[in-house]
Design a protein around this ligand. Structure first.
Ligand code: NDP
Length: 332
């Protein structure tokens, strides 16, 4: 099957030449191994970091290795007593059509929900990430939280969780249609299209009582501005800084960071995989909200081939995706 191998470390945005598409036979199955056909391949902002060799929270992808990605797929052949042929599973399958997995490295999908939900809401890097970050924000009813990347996969879950906990939620997003979705469907209390309205102006309009918590998905200039808008004892969940992922020099601004001291802010970096022990509790809450219609999910499913990976993943860094981005590379 087709595989996307990392050919070179991207500089700036990811280019077609950074990946080599190859057609390879799958190796024979060893004892306890299964052959998986990928159906959905998750595309996540962290792909840009994994493709680089900058310091990060897990090993980067090696040159000439298949690009790392989580998947939902189907067991096609099995040498494992645990996995029957035809079973749907999740795993770190990579950007490829087929892969061979050890039986312990794949896991069951959530029963009774559409398959893409396993990559959108019920995904450690989405649902659990949003849940942990909202907890870091110490939600208090009536207080104001701002969520950047609010129409995105993590941001939209975070915004709805904060709302479910009684907060006043203001979302930042980069297009009118995203803002309309946030306002009309998710019923956020305020929305700011940061591409058409100065953030200062939008915040003055939407947050007359200042900002008590900030769930940051984008970093950069937005974070710098937000630091100056925080109320005392505010909380910031530093989830990601996608605005800097394509830049070669990660410039740090010192001035704004002194606000952390002046306003006694707590800013906590966090990584979802350190919170696996909370996953069951988290997914139970998300499922409850979901079945009660209080957790809406938007998915951006690109039906395409592995060879279109670069074009698809770059949608994340230009904001062309609407909701959780994934490729569908074979039928369910
Ligand atoms: P999204 O679905 O939110 O897609 C990315 C979105 O980011 C785009 O749609 C775009 O929305 C926005 N964006 C892109 N470039 C910029 C920019 N220069 N400035 C501002 N916004 C930009 O992706 P995810 O929900 O999967 O990820 C959101 C964030 O969470 C990322 O930073 C990611 O790295 C982080 N993350 C962190 C985890 C952790 O454990 N800490 C785990 C998973 C994700 P718009 O059109 O509104 O600009």
């Amino acid at each position: 099957g087709q595989r996307a191998l990392l050919a070179s470390r991207p500089t700036g945005e990811i280019k077609d030449s950074d990946f080599k598409i190859v057609e390879e036979e799958c190796p024979e199955l060893g004892p306890g191994e299964v052959l998986i056909k990928n159906i959905y391949i998750s595309l996540d902002p962290t792909h840009r970091l994994w493709a680089s060799d900058q310091p990060q929270y897990m090993a980067c992808v090696g040159i000439n290795n298949c690009m790392r990605a989580s998947i939902v797929g189907k067991v096609m052949k099995s040498n494992s007593r645990k996995w029957k042929e035809g079973t749907i599973c999740g795993g770190m399958g990579g950007v490829q059509e087929y892969f061979v997995a050890k039986e312990a490295s794949i896991y069951p999908v959530i029963p009774g929900v559409p398959l893409p939900l396993n990559l959108s809401l019920f995904n450690v890097v989405i649902g659990l990430t949003a849940w942990v970050g909202v907890n870091i924000c110490e939600p208090k009813a009536g207080q104001t939280i701002v969520v950047s990347g609010a129409a995105g996969a993590v941001g939209s879950v975070a915004a709805q969780l904060a709302k479910a906990r009684g907060m006043k939620v203001v979302g930042l997003a980069g297009s009118e249609s995203k803002c309309t979705w946030l306002k009309d469907e998710l019923k956020l209390d305020g929305v700011i299209n940061y591409k058409t309205e100065e953030l200062d102006v939008g915040l003055a309009r939407c947050c007359p009582d200042g900002v008590d918590a900030y769930f940051d998905n984008v970093g950069g200039k937005t974070l710098e501005t937000m630091l100056t808008k925080m109320n005392r004892f505010g909380r910031i969940a530093y989830c990601g800084h996608i605005s800097g992922y394509n830049s070669e020099s990660a410039a740090v601004s010192v001035n704004q960071f002194q606000m952390i001291l002046m306003r006694r802010l707590k800013i906590q970096g966090f990584i979802c995989v350190d919170h696996m022990d909370e996953m069951v509790k988290c997914f139970a809450e998300l499922l409850d909200l979901y079945v009660r219609g209080k957790m809406k999910v938007q998915e951006d499913i690109q039906e395409t081939k592995v060879s279109n990976y670069v074009q698809c993943v770059n949608m994340l860094y230009t904001g062309k995706n609407s909701g959780k981005l994934m490729m569908k590379v074979s039928e369910e």
